[in-house]
Design a binder for this molecule. Sequence first.
Ligand code: SF4
Length: 227
Amino acid sequence: MVSATMNNTIHTVFCLLLDKYGPQGWWPVNGIYFSGEENPFEIAVGAVLTQNTAWENAEKALERLRKRGLLTAEAIVNIPVYELANVIRPSGFYNQKAERLQLLCKFYLRRVCKNESPDRDELLNLKGIGPETADSILLYAFHIPLFVIDTYTRRIFIRIGSVSEGDSYEKLQSLFMNSIPRDEKVYNEYHALIVRHGKDICRKTPRCPECVVNREGLCRFGTVNSL
Ligand code: SF4
């Protein structure tokens, strides 16, 4: 059960961030930014390549796949896994990621190419695909309204006081999804704003005096640290 206060805080933070930064116009997937022109398949591949690495490295790997004509599910499934690993080497953890990409592409060919909706549980059963990657793929590539919880979301809302350190991914996701309308565009925008705020202001060392959330007295951490 989400309390009215918590519900209001989540709403109000969205409005404050939107007012401060404006619509972001790009789609962050695990902290990376797509312009919206990429196709769903590229977004799904990007979501795997960027796991545990900076987007710049994932981008280099994506570019190498593109140049070699490997940015299709068929091509990725058909190339030997060690060759695929070599192509995506700039993304780091390339052996693991090559294996994950092939599993993801088999899933893609089974479900998506046959015009069947992607299934979250099936995605989650793929080795190396956790809830954040699965929900990023479903939200940004397939426009399914699922709120993505990432490290920025956790950090900001723990500091605000809406969630606790030990809360599960599912608990946080329900909190957001029960507090704001189930709208893919709103979830997309809110996640983008959270990433922006986490990078610019609510960093590891937060810049509370510059924070709009603090100005409204909505953050427990900010209030305590301003005393
Ligand atoms: S007040 Fe400080 S801790 Fe709270 S959200 Fe803003 S920057 Fe983060």
